[in-house]
Design a protein around this ligand. Sequence first.
Ligand SMILES: Nc1ncnc2c1ncn2[C@@H]1O[C@H](COP(=O)(O)OP(=O)(O)OP(=O)(O)O)[C@@H](O)[C@H]1O
Ligand SMILES: [Mg+2]
Length: 378
Amino acid sequence: MNTVLNPFVIKEYVSKEFFCDRKNELFTLHRNVKNGTNTTLISPRKMGKSGLILRFFEDFSTNNRVQPIYVDIYSSRSLKDFIQLMAEAILIKFPEKSTIGKRFMNMLKKLRPIITFDPYSGIPQIEIGFQSSHEIVYTLQGLFTFLEEQNVPILIAIDEFQQIGVYPEKNVEAMLRTYIQPLKNIQFIFCGSNKSMMTEMFLHAKRPFFGSTRLLYLDKIDDDEYKKFIKYHFENRKKQIDDEALSLILSWTKSHTYYTQNLCNYIFSAKNNMVNTNVVKQAMADILRENESFFFQYRQLLTPNQWKFLIAVAKEDQISQVTAQRFIAKYEIGTPSNSRRLLKSLIEKELILENTSTDKPTYQVYDLFFSRWLQVKY
Ligand SMILES: Nc1ncnc2c1ncn2[C@@H]1O[C@H](COP(=O)(O)OP(=O)(O)OP(=O)(O)O)[C@@H](O)[C@H]1O
Ligand SMILES: [Mg+2]
């Protein structure tokens, strides 16, 4: 435990101990696996999807009931990349020395891959020189068939799944659906954050994946659970934190996982053994100052009107009616159609988050620290 210096993890998942709550979501994931249902996991960025998957996988580490495989396809740009990442993930799960790993290597070798292993982490990297697009498709099918034939229950989580939408190959979605559908021994979790693209893919009646999975929308962690978690980790390391400080943390971060973890990590790293609201306020100011040069860069990427609009949304903190006269007049946005156009362009750039989990959509600046910075700066 002592190897983790700060209990508020802001990088990859570490272990159960540093993971807060998500009991309901874990229950749902277990239920889906038991019932042979595939899951689509969606949330805004940095809410904790990847963490949840890795936390879920930990439940299978002590038994062989299901063999979990995690593939992050964020870096992929084509079907070829997808296949290589899949193959690497399979090799991580079933190393060459294992029975399945040996069989997998034999299959892989027929494709004359270049396989290298990172000297420090041992993580494999696979490069396959495909001869034709036909061979690519054939290999994709081959990977799934191979896993299916091992006769062990396998759970594959494909993270950043929306990435398949940018592949140049046609019909990737339909192709994957076709190969995935008949599999009996393999279940899937499709995970992604580009909400509109993911929901389009899975909830639109005309799309291949429609109706094939259960949707799990990952929301914020419950405030009481988060407070307990934060308090526990401070006290566990002989630090005190008062209730007002806890409330201030969660209201400032809107309980969004990454920002809460980040702020707590910062506060924890400060020398104070008694955390009150003053300590929290100091940490907030420090974080914003640290990120300032980064925030200014956003400005270079935007037109003056987009910038003005972003400040307006930040100032409102959260807004539902961007075409309302009050909003347009107050921030000199021009016309309702102007406002709508600016909103659309900033949602596309992922600078504004559209929250559709309530009956009326609301909008806020996506990066919460950036939003807080705009609020105090302008
Ligand atoms: N339940 C949790 N308790 C504590 N920390 C968490 C929890 N869930 C996630 N985190 C941490 O919060 C940060 C963001 O989580 P994660 O990377 O899982 O989000 P994500 O939704 O996958 O983000 P992205 O959309 O960018 O891929 C990470 O540092 C992660 O370790
Ligand atoms: Mg992630």
